[in-house]
Design a protein around this ligand. Structure first.
Ligand code: SF4
Length: 66
């Protein structure tokens, strides 16, 4: 059963078994040293690349952080 948060899930991979269920979603990406899709911009989320490197790129428009 999905959590009551499922209406707020912004991940476009709704075929994922963790879609709309924050606990397994966070655990899955934490175990992989990744970041859940809902932290990304809409464009960044659609890359399906949940790496920290892609998150930083997404949040800084590709501009390296000082
Ligand atoms: S962010 Fe990852 S684990 Fe969470 S719903 Fe999307 S694909 Fe699944």
């Amino acid at each position: 059963m999905k959590s009551s948060q499922s209406g707020h899930c912004t991940c476009t991979n709704n075929a994922c078994p963790s879609w709309g269920d924050c606990r397994p979603c966070v655990a899955r990406h934490r175990d992989r040293k990744e970041i859940p899709g809902c932290f990304f911009t809409a464009a960044g989320e659609k890359t399906y690349d949940r790496s920290v490197e892609n998150f930083i790129k997404d949040q800084t428009c590709g501009v390296p952080m000082a």
